[in-house]
Design a protein around this ligand. Structure first.
Ligand code: HEC
Ligand code: CU
Length: 237
């Protein structure tokens, strides 16, 4: 009785001391808020002065920095996973989970939702770009800028009810922030590459691209209105 108790107790102490420091006593270099929503990612960067810069469906990170993801969901359980960078963390309504990563190599990676969350679960991915530190700072400074586009086509079509474009229309919260949409590589949470042609297709047949998507299709709009919308979207750089 004595031998296994002592041996296992000693192993437990050693084992606990070897656990990685998940919570971390040191503040991270960067905090990124992740809201997993059916079926896309609201990504919000916290700057050192505490202000928040909202974006969507892409995660940009500085290399060799400690990044803390603050992960939650407003609807159902999702799971945030960047396989090449490690750790998978559930996004649970009403709870906030923390995940720390330190990416080392600049480059492009792919992240996914790793918990079945509805019909378009398999179409809920995101682009991850790890930048050298200076490039990241430049990227974030540009992302923080407001847009200067003419919002009239969005207002006419009612997009402002769900989407925000900083500096232009800021009320919509139901869908991804579009301020710098045209700088992103994909639309629909890494479902289609971002081009004028895919944007047009997305607006005309949203539900055909993504089953059960929480955005209406605009098949009824005249061609000239779709043109105006696509042109304005492509100007959101
Ligand atoms: C009822 C709310 C709603 C309305 C109205 C709406 N959208 Fe959306 N939109 C969404 C949601 C939700 C998504 C995310 C869909 C997904 O990927 O699952 C989205 C996604 C998008 C995307 C892709 C963004 C990305 O980063 O992947 C674009 C572009 C877009 N909407 C443009 C528009 C335009 C232009 C209009 C007006 C003609 C519009 N939306 C009207 C809710 C809405
Ligand atoms: Cu999901």
């Amino acid at each position: 009785m004595v031998f296994p108790s002592v041996t296992l107790a000693a192993l437990l102490v050693v084992g606990l001391s070897l656990l990685p420091n998940w919570r971390g006593d040191q503040p991270p270099d960067l905090r990124v808020h992740v809201n997993a929503e059916q079926f896309w990612w609201r990504i919000t960067y916290e700057t050192p002065d505490g202000s928040l810069i909202e974006s969507a469906n892409e995660v940009h990170l500085p290399a060799r920095s400690v990044v803390e993801f603050v992960i939650t969901s407003p609807d159902v359980i999702h799971s945030f996973w960047i396989p090449a960078l490690g750790g998978k963390m559930d996004a649970i309504p009403g709870r906030t989970n923390l995940l720390r990563l330190t990416p080392t190599d600049p480059g492009m990676y792919r992240g996914v939702c790793a918990e079945y969350c509805g019909l378009s679960h398999a179409l809920m991915a995101f682009v991850v770009q790890v930048h050298p530190k200076d490039d990241f700072d430049a990227w974030l400074a540009a992302e923080a800028q407001p847009a200067t586009v003419d919002a009239a086509p969005f207002r006419r079509a009612g997009c402002a009810a769900c989407h925000s474009i900083r500096g232009v229309m800021e009320r919509g919260r139901a869908g991804p922030d579009l301020t710098h949409l045209a700088r992103r590589q994909t639309i629909g949470a890494a479902t289609l590459p971002l081009t004028a042609a895919t944007l047009r297709h997305w607006l005309r047949a949203t539900g055909a691209v993504k089953p059960d998507v929480h955005m209406p299709a605009y098949a009824m709009l005249p061609e000239a209105e779709i043109d105006a919308l696509v042109t304005a979207l492509m100007e959101l750089r």
